[in-house]
Write a protein that binds this ligand. Structure first.
Ligand SMILES: Nc1ncnc2c1ncn2[C@@H]1O[C@H](COP(=O)(O)OP(=O)(O)OP(=O)(O)O)[C@@H](O)[C@H]1O
Length: 252
């Protein structure tokens, strides 16, 4: 058995008196596709932030690929092979797709972007960029300015930027949020065709999408662990229906 990709042990994230994540433990296997679901304010993004190092856990342990990274900074976790997208679009609109990709790559490289040094892409940079654009189905848009991309294409570019570092663990924060049904199909196809040795954890509200994409689902509520299981089991779980699907229906 290979080492699990990620182990969380009793992770707590507190903002003053508010515990946004309360004592969460979970194990994600190598190559697994895992969804984190739960109603608004459940603690999903905060948990992502604790995994990726945006926040250090108030207590508990995060083990990534066999190493305790609980106290490591975000850029160190990136170097170890974690990568993520954010809910909010984070792109340079006047630059091209390829230029945004290069900045994403340079931002994580020791060969930092410098006003004086050369930031011309190397052959390896170009290969990485082409591979990530290919996985994100954006090859034919490489020369387009980001402001000319559709919203769906911008989300695809964010995925490409997260993939360009060749991560072992990819975290996607609501990759299909705000997308049209046709754009959701593209995002599903991209996630489904990612290399099988890449571990993927995604936050997603769309249960139809989750059911089709992942092996296992963890449901949070109010910062607490609520349930875990196969997508089929979770979609039928009464507790989940009560807190998550019930609230989703209220918002519909
Ligand atoms: N930086 C912060 N400072 C204080 N409170 C925060 C901070 N970030 C999140 N919270 C609070 O922590 C709780 C969990 O928020 P979080 O964004 O993790 O939930 P979520 O499950 O991702 O919700 P959503 O589906 O709406 O994105 C909320 O009550 C939120 O207001």
């Amino acid at each position: 058995m290979s080492e699990p990709a990620l182990i969380l042990e009793n992770v707590v994230v507190a903002f003053g008196a508010l515990k946004a994540v309360k004592d969460i433990s979970l194990t994600v296997k190598n190559g697994e596709r895992r969804a984190i679901i739960g109603p608004n304010g459940a603690g999903k993004t905060t948990l992502f932030n604790a995994i990726t190092g945006v926040y250090r856990p108030t207590s508990g342990r995060v083990t990534f690929d066999g190493a305790d990274v609980s106290r490591k900074a975000a850029h160190v976790r990136t170097r170890l092979g974690m990568s993520r997208t954010f809910q909010i679009t984070n792109l340079f609109p006047t630059l091209t797709v390829r230029e945004n990709m290069l900045l994403a790559l340079l931002g994580t490289s020791p060969r930092k972007f410098s006003l004086f040094g050369s930031s011309d892409p190397t052959a390896d940079d170009r290969e990485r960029i082409d591979a990530a654009l290919g996985l994100s189905k954006l090859n034919d848009r490489a020369g387009a300015a980001v402001r000319d991309l559709s919203y769906g294409e911008q989300r695809q570019l964010e995925m490409a930027m997260a993939l360009v570092t060749r991560p072992k663990l990819l975290l996607l924060d609501e990759p299909a949020a705000g997308l049209s049904p046709a754009e959701r199909v593209i995002v599903s196809d991209i996630v489904r065709s990612l290399p099988r040795d890449l571990t993927v954890i995604l936050i997603e509200h769309d249960m139809d999408l989750v059911l089709k994409l992942v092996d296992w689902v963890t449901c949070l509520n109010n910062g607490e662990f609520l349930a875990e299981g196969s997508p089929e089991a979770i979609s039928k779980d009464q507790k989940v229906q009560d807190v998550y699907l019930g609230k989703a229906r209220d918002h519909a």
